[in-house]
Design a protein around this ligand. Structure first.
Ligand code: NI
Ligand code: MN
Length: 225
């Protein structure tokens, strides 16, 4: 499994030959100006919620790639009305896709489209693929529901928001990694806007002091699991 950070909460995940894109917000992110959305591959686009900083590039990329949009019922319906293909889910549900199993799990946040219309309940994803299991928390507060995840699955990586203000910050993300029983964390949802700028060294040190590993990727960089 290869995971590429496209900035903010945007991720590319390659499982075998399948390309999964998560929460594409790239063309509107000045820090990601070196990433060209017209060349990004996508067979599936997973969306945690409807906020603009998670869906901005969905239409352009899904139109070009014919990717299947996977999200809650309301978000998938929204994009199906635009002629795009989707697979609707809702919280607590899971489905076996060609690349592995996806469960849409609880997140504590809000979810509205840029015009203010209802974007369903926000969520995160647990993906089981190619003998590697990952948790993508989405935008969320620290929540006790995270403790449910390790009852069913052993995670290899937890992708957690760490920017604070709109989501968990560093200290809560450390607790979240305890809750999901995964000490290997990829941080996301930081630095994009003034409200969520973080001190990278301090963040890494705080994780290190708890015997945890916080990875912060440069935009465009990848890790292999
Ligand atoms: Ni949000
Ligand atoms: Mn967000």
């Amino acid at each position: 499994m290869k995971i590429t950070f496209y900035g903010h909460a945007s991720l590319g995940i390659k499982v075998d030959d399948v390309n999964i894109l998560v929460d594409p917000f790239i063309s509107g992110n000045p820090k990601a100006s070196h990433i060209d959305i017209h060349t990004i591959k996508a067979d599936y686009i997973l969306l945690t919620h409807a906020h603009q900083d998670h869906i901005l590039d969905v239409k352009a990329i899904a139109k070009r790639t014919n990717a299947v949009i996977v999200s809650n019922y309301e978000i998938v319906s929204h994009f199906e009305k635009l002629g795009l293909e989707g697979h609707p889910m809702n919280l607590g549900g899971s489905w076996d896709f060609e690349f592995g199993n996806v469960k849409y799990v609880n997140a504590i946040h809000t979810s509205s489209f840029p015009d203010g219309s209802y974007g369903g309940q926000p969520g995160g994803f647990v993906i089981e693929g190619e003998h590697k299991n990952i948790y993508i928390a989405g935008d969320t507060a620290l929540t006790m529901d995270m403790k449910l995840i390790p009852l069913q699955i052993k995670l290899d990586l937890a992708i957690l928001p760490i920017g604070d203000n709109f989501t968990m910050g560093i200290d809560d993300a450390i607790l979240a990694s305890d809750f999901v029983q995964c000490d290997k964390v990829l941080g996301y949802h930081f630095d994009t806007f003034g409200y969520i700028e973080i001190d990278h060294e301090e963040a890494k040190r705080k994780f290190f002091d708890k015997n945890k590993d916080l990875m912060l990727l440069e935009i465009g960089d990848s890790i292999e699991l």
